[in-house]
Design a protein around this ligand. Structure first.
Ligand code: FE2
Ligand code: FE2
Length: 195
């Protein structure tokens, strides 16, 4: 079965025994998630929101056909926040949470192998996104007014990169939640200090 991000159709069934017990629809507001779980979901919601905003702004810019004084600056701000936030978030997962989860739930080790591999793929995509962003920003410039053909092309290319990035990121966030959140619920029951 294909497990690579962007290729797989969901997680292997044998990794979903906890999420069958605690399905997605039952998470919000649960006391077991009051600490680490809610923080985790909050970070993921932020990444979903900021990627959607970046894509919407690019589509709007393309439709309007005109740059505004802050077109480039807003893009730089949002993408900097997304990429920097993701690097920090993945660092904590890779260095702290995943090693701990591997110890407490060895049956999910393969799941954490998949999620660690996702992180590597996302990091390659972050690199690509950053390079494309620099190119986009230099072509879009800082002047206001009707876009020329190269600025329109640059916006299309950036929008495609952002859409590709968003698709793999969303798949990772969803699959990670299906493994991690039910595990936090189980662990927090046994040990309220967990997380
Ligand atoms: Fe992750
Ligand atoms: Fe995450």
């Amino acid at each position: 079965m294909e497990t690579a991000l962007g290729q797989r159709q969901g997680l292997p069934a044998d990794l979903l025994y906890l999420s069958e017990k605690h399905p997605r629809g039952t998470w919000r507001g649960r006391s077991e998630l009051a600490g680490a779980g809610e923080t985790w979901l909050g970070s993921h919601d932020y990444f979903r929101a900021i990627t959607a905003k970046i894509s919407e702004n690019l589509v709007r810019l393309r439709e309007r056909g005109e740059t505004a004084y802050d077109s480039g600056a807003a893009f730089r701000r949002h993408s900097g926040s997304l990429l920097g936030g993701l690097e920090g978030h993945h660092g904590i997962e890779d260095d702290h949470y995943f090693p701990m989860f591997r110890r407490v739930e060895p049956r999910l080790i393969r799941g954490f192998d998949i999620l660690n591999a996702d992180h590597e793929m996302i990091h390659a995509a972050i690199y690509d996104f950053s390079a494309r962003s620099r190119d986009f920003l230099s072509r879009i410039g800082s002047s206001e007014g009707v876009m020329n053909s190269d600025q329109r092309r640059a916006t299309d290319e950036m929008a495609e990169t952002a859409a590709r990035f968003t698709a793999i990121l969303r798949q990772h966030l969803g699959d990670e939640e299906d493994i991690v959140i039910p595990l936090i619920i189980e662990q927090a029951r046994d040990d309220p200090e967990f997380g």
